[in-house]
Design a protein around this ligand. Structure first.
Ligand code: SF4
Length: 463
């Protein structure tokens, strides 16, 4: 989980907002939409919570550890508010959607709880006279039904200055119903945006300097199905291929079922669609996939992966796996080990099952001890480290198009960037040494790879 505090901007407005954004890129987009509305209303962002009139935490509640992180962030800002009682503390996002009534009791310092389908109302709420606002459902921590809202390109969005990479949320909610997942309860059923709406937003982001657009949703593959067109993602990719000044489009959070031949062709044939697909598969044992209520099988996944690799040149696959699901036997786990060893994914994230109240899996018998879950997720990541190191080593001597991100997080002596096979924030990076003076953030430069590590590469700029 990462924390994002937008950089300060010139103090046009006396009213300041400090925001902490937790969780996934989809939540980040909601943060930028809330900030867009507040800036339009005359606020300006500040990195200093002590200077803020509004303290906003956009929370995550996917699993236990993310809930803890969210509660800690709220308590930190509640402490700030204790020194500035006029400041208003707002809690938004999945934790608010899931637990607002309980939090209302236990956290009197919080002024408003905003649900995942109500962030568009924050601006109006803050304009209300305090007495009126204090009687609002947000102040009471009331949640009415499942979220239904999704913003379109007309909704103001705050894009941090000098952003060269951004997320485009093409749909909200999910209609899959995986047994272990609480997201449909927090985000509602799937609701897709139209292609025209998304192209308008993509163009607006490109005008702000964005060169990499990462498409996100809870379930990217079924984008458009709720609008009656199950093959809309393929059409969107081809339309994004016509947007000038957008060299990189990346697909995140794809679902394996219904991943059509048209979609594979669109990825393979559209110049700015990167040969990179993030597709959480969760498991490979048919017994466990059934218990997880995943609409796929090992054979279907293997057939799809073979087809994708055969059709998309240089395809880099990322996946997410979940081990320790109730009822997962030693044999099931060994199936997964075989699958990971055979498929040799470039990138893998592996989570231990978290018994999330309100999910079907949480009520299942045959829950596994945490020790077993941890052992299994470590085992998968151990195997993957070796596979990743092999993939990295094979890149030494290659020349890659690299998106320069700026000074490396490790040292000011190096710059860092990513090639098409590395997604922002979750994959490794390329450390660039001996960078020429005329290099800058957001540039695409040719880099020759001279060294490889388990997840990262090292190289120098050529040409
Ligand atoms: S597809 Fe993803 S978001 Fe939807 S229920 Fe399954 S795991 Fe959750």
């Amino acid at each position: 989980m990462t924390e994002h505090t937008p950089p300060s901007m010139s103090p046009e407005s006396s009213r300041k907002v400090h925001v902490v954004s937790l969780g996934c890129p989809k939540n980040r987009v909601d943060t930028e939409l809330m900030m867009g509305r507040l800036l339009q209303g005359g606020f300006s962002p500040t990195p200093d919570p002590e200077a803020a009139d509004v303290l906003l935490v956009n929370t995550c509640a996917f699993i236990e550890s993310s809930k803890t992180e969210s509660v800690d962030a709220i308590l930190d800002l509640a402490d700030v508010k204790s020194r500035n009682p006029d400041a208003r503390l707002v809690v938004a996002g999945c934790l608010s959607q899931r637990h607002a009534p309980d939090l209302r009791e236990s956290m009197p310092e919080v002024d408003y709880f905003i649900g995942t389908g109500e962030y568009q109302r924050l601006g109006d709420l803050l304009e209300l006279p305090a007495v009126k606002a204090a009687q609002s459902p947000a102040a009471m921590g009331e949640r009415k039904g499942r979220p239904q809202f999704i913003a379109d390109h007309l909704h103001p969005r705050y894009v941090p200055p000098a952003s060269f990479s951004s997320y485009l949320k093409i749909a909200e909610g999910c209609s899959q119903g995986c047994a272990f997942c609480i997201i449909p309860k927090l985000r509602g059923v799937q609701r897709s945006r139209t292609i025209d709406d998304l192209i308008r937003e993509a163009r607006a982001l490109v005008e702000t300097g964005v060169v990499e657009l990462n498409l996100v949703a809870q379930d990217l593959t079924h984008y458009g199905e709720d609008l009656g067109d199950p093959d809309m993602l393929a059409k969107l990719i081809r339309e994004l291929g016509k947007v000038d000044g957008l060299p990189w489009v990346r697909l995140m959070y794809a679902y394996p079922h219904n991943f059509s031949d048209n979609l594979i062709d669109a990825i393979a044939e559209t110049d700015n669609c990167l040969p990179y697909v993030d597709m959480p598969l969760q498991h490979a044992s048919d017994n466990v996939l059934k218990r997880m209520n995943r609409r796929t099988s090992r054979l279907e996944m293997e057939t799809l992966l073979d087809k994708m690799r055969a059709r998309i040149d240089g395809l880099v696959m990322r996946t997410t796996l979940l081990v320790g699901h109730p009822g997962e036997t030693e044999a099931d786990f060994n199936d997964l080990v075989d699958f990971v060893s055979a498929q040799r994914f470039h990138r893998v994230g592996c989570f231990a099952f978290s018994q999330e109240e309100g999910t079907a899996s949480a009520r299942m018998p045959d829950q596994l001890p945490m020790m077993v879950k941890r052992f299994r997720s470590n085992r998968i990541m151990e195997i993957q480290r070796g596979i990743s190191a092999d993939h990295m080593q094979a890149m030494v001597g290659q020349r890659l198009e690299v998106l320069v991100e700026g000074l490396s997080d490790e040292t000011d002596l190096l710059l860092q960037g990513r090639y098409s096979g590395q997604a922002p924030e979750i994959d490794g990076v390329i450390y660039i040494n001996d960078a020429p003076d005329n290099i800058g953030r957001g540039q695409l430069r040719q880099v020759e790879i001279t060294e490889a590590h388990d997840y990262d590469l090292v190289g120098h700029v050529v040409g």
